[in-house]
Ligand binder design. Structure first.
Ligand code: AMP
Length: 184
C-alpha cells in the first residue's frame, strides 16, 4: 500500500498516518518528523532546517529530497508507506512522480483530510510544538492555502484523490478512509 496524506496543519495527518500504517502493516513516514530529526542533530545543515521549521516556512526542496528519498526507498522495499506532509508543493509532486515512474511505482491514493479552519487552529493551539504559536500557525495556514492546497486539484485531476471529512473522531476517519480506498 502506498498512500499520501494531504491536510492543512492540524488536519490529523500524523494521527491518521500512524493508524493507517498499523492497519496496512507499512511504514508511516512524516516529512515533518524526518526534518525535525535532522534539525536536532546539531550540524550546520540541521540548524538551517530548524530555522525554516521555526518560522513555519517550507524547507528547500533539495534538502527535503536528500533526507526523504532514502527513507521512502527503504519503506518501498519493506512493502509500502503512508507518507504524511510530502509532497507539499506541485513542483515537489512532479519531481516525486518522476522518481516514482523511474522506479515503476504507482500511488494507490492521496487522502485529503478536510477540517474547518477554526477547528485546525483549536487543535494546533492545544499542542505544544515550538511552531504552534499563534503567529507561526497563521503563517503555516497561509503556506498551506497558497502553496500546498493546489495539490488537491493536482491529485483530483489524476483520479486518485479521496477527500474525507476529518472533523470526526480518529477511529471514524480511519474507517472511512479504509472503506473508500480503491480495491487493490
Ligand atoms: P509538519 O510536521 O507536517 O507540520 O511539518 C512541519 C514543518 O516541517 C513545516 O512547517 C515545514 O517547515 C517542514 N516540512 C515538512 N514537510 C515538508 C515538505 N514536504 N517540504 C518542505 N518543508 C516541509
Amino acid at each position: 500500500m502506498r498512500l499520501l496524506l494531504l491536510a492543512a496543519p492540524g488536519g490529523g495527518k500524523g494521527t491518521q498516518g500512524e493508524r493507517l500504517a498499523s492497519h496496512f502493516g507499512v511504514r508511516h513516514i512524516s516529512s515533518g518528523d524526518v526534518l525535525r530529526a535532522a534539525a536536532s542533530d546539531g550540524s550546520p545543515a540541521g540548524r538551517e532546517v530548524a530555522a525554516y521549521q521555526q518560522r513555519g516556512d517550507l524547507v528547500p526542496d533539495q534538502i527535503v529530497f536528500e533526507l526523504l528519498v532514502p527513507v521512502v526507498a527503504a519503506a518501498v522495499a519493506g512493502g509500502g508507506y503512508i507518507l504524511d506532509g510530502f509532497p507539499r508543493t506541485v513542483p515537489q509532486a512532479i519531481t516525486a512522480a518522476d522518481i516514482g515512474a523511474r522506479l515503476d511505482l504507482t500511488l494507490d491514493a492521496t487522502i485529503y483530510l478536510h477540517v474547518p479552519e477554526e477547528v485546525l487552529v483549536q487543535r494546533l493551539l492545544a499542542r505544544a510544538r515550538p511552531d504552534d504559536t499563534p503567529d507561526v500557525i497563521r503563517h503555516r495556514l497561509e503556506v498551506f492555502t497558497d502553496t500546498t492546497s493546489p495539490l488537491i486539484e493536482y491529485y483530483r485531476n489524476r483520479g486518485i484523490l479521496v477527500e474525507v471529512n476529518a472533523d470526526q473522531p480518529p477511529e471514524s476517519i480511519t474507517e472511512e478512509i479504509v472503506s473508500r480506498l480503491p480495491a487493490s
